[in-house]
Design a protein around this ligand. Sequence first.
Ligand code: GLA
Length: 736
Amino acid sequence: MRAPEGLQSVGGRQGLKGSQLLEVSEFGTGDFRTPSMDVCFRKDGSRLLPLVYKHHRVIDGILPSTSGLPFLGRHNSQGAQSLVVDMVDTYTEVQVQLVYTVFPSISAVSRRMVVKNSSKVGLGGVDLMKCMSATFDFSTDDWHLLSLHGGWANERHINTRRIQEGMIHLGSNRGVSSHQMNPFCVLSSGPPAEDHGQCFGFCLLYSGNWLMEVEQSQTGCVRVNVGLSNTHFSWALGNQESFETPECVCVFSDAGLGKMTRTFQHLIGERLIAPRWHDLVCPVLINTWEALYFEVYHDKILEFAKPAIEAGVELLVLDDGWFGKRDDDTTSLGDWVEDPRKLPRGLKGLAQDVNAMGLKLGIWVEPEMVNQDSQLYRSHPEWVLHHPGRLRSEGRNQLVLDLTRREVQDYIIDCVSQILSSANIEYIKWDMNRALTDAFSAALPPQQQGEVYHRYVLGLYRIFEVLTSSFPHVLFESCASGGGRFDAALLAWCPQAWCSDNSDAFSRTRIQMGTSMWAPVRCMGAHIAACPSHQTHRTHMLKTRFIVALWGTFGLELDLNKLSREELKEMKELVALRGKLCQVVLHGEYFRLPGFGYPGASHSNSAGIGDSHVYAWMFVTPEKDRAVVSAIVFHRDTVGKFPSRLKLQGLRPDYLYSLIEHVPTTVEEGVFNGIFQPGGPQFKHRRRLMLTGAVLMEVGIPVHFNFDGDAMLLELEVGGPSQEPKESNGVHVLAS
Ligand code: GLA
């Protein structure tokens, strides 16, 4: 068939489009890089969608979204402005809107895409096969990529590499954002550094299957594509129907990763998390899991609670095991009714007793799941994601409920609402302990099976929206076998997330370093657990475990009845100290401290880059009048060597700060013979120091670690603007 007059060819050089820096890209008309979009017109099977600019407008505020997906500014759009660019395929009239939002004084832009099928040429339905949130094209540079990788109990380790020709795929096809890779990456001009260099951070607000493609093409230019995974994805768009992508947030920093992190933390903290949690000082909680596991009997819980009250704990979280016949992980998920053997007076009776002791009560739930051995499964086997003709796979003995179905969403909403209405429960730990497989929904027609993964996530978001609006006073923490769904999107409803099932202080240091790349510190669930660690069998001093748990929400996950009187007294002092420092930690500016390490080692830049076993980080109030500094050593490198001076950041150079060392070491290594000598408290800094911000930041302080696993905690308080520093260089007053 002849093409209509004037449509035979597009003038110009083929491939020109392929070397341009584009905002949206389709495949098949000259750009050979990975595209933003791929569509299929059902009637003739054609897949072309060359888009041209139609018009644009700038609006105050945010373009309304009806998808149920979270976006920056949804509670607080003050000062926001949006640019809406309308693109069109002139042949079919399919329309694509590029939606950008910016906020005052923040170097960031968020971007989503809306596709509308308004095809007038009779090509019928359109299947979206790929529909990314954002495409960012960059000119040639010495680009490096930083991304977060890991696995169960080992999440979000920092990985960096130089970008070369070809394609790097980051993503998850597990139905959750995943332990293995986190929906976040950084493009850095030159090797990424904490305190200098230009970088662009990308964070996708999404909790399901995602994809980030980083492609360096023949020209040296780099494309970053961010959005939904296109594996087993398609979305059927009937005539006049629209599809909206999740939002991608891009942050620019001209001063390295540290500044980028603080921008993300501000944006997420102020524009994504619900305003009622903005000033939250996370309650000090004690969780039953690693102490009691499934043995959660009413009286035993009260015994467990007694020393917790003495230690200053505020909230008791009843973890797994309280419902159905849940004595192990083979049974009862789906049956959200108290087990009368364990809770004879139900959650209500437990809450009454726990409250009477002065503690709040929180509970664990895993409502997205069902065990075959449950009333729910026996009544509704069809509610499980699976293909009826095939074998299906279980994970942790459980199956995944089909959250694409409205009736399943409503069942979950009803169950959790009933629990929350039945007793004074002020906190929910919402868990999700397996990946999605067999993602087939008998409730959807054949042409919509490619929608299952995304509809699952939309269903989950609806559940959270309904529950958190109905019970606004309840604090939700998300969890997925630890940190398997630690993504920014869920923070819109659950302002805390459990970082990892690994609570070993060393493992946690690396996990929290990586997590802190974009997450506000007050969102990172971190607990002091028992020793030896249930995950690594390593033993760390309470001091070290405290310092690492302080760098997050702060809680306890051990049986305090097993501590000696002295240890319980120490725990009480630590909880009180956390109370003193938490405002600075949770609501201060956060800095990872680079350039700290032993001679000869490739120094960590504190983001875990390099092979250093020494890490340091700090928090400073917005007024810069108080700060908290922490450092940890995994392996003390050769007895007798000192690490480099620890240079602080974020202080006022002209302020004079007093430094107080908290939680001193109580064993000291003999200086001459290397023998450990238990003794009284050993301060690394034997008396209170007064140093200016300039000295602390430019000269730094010597830190003497005594042994493997040693850690240090300093509190800084301003003593008023300095005149002249008292000592010439501030160094000779320090104990080495
Ligand atoms: C997951 C969570 C743990 C705990 C258990 C209970 O593994 O990450 O913290 O709640 O489930 O089964």
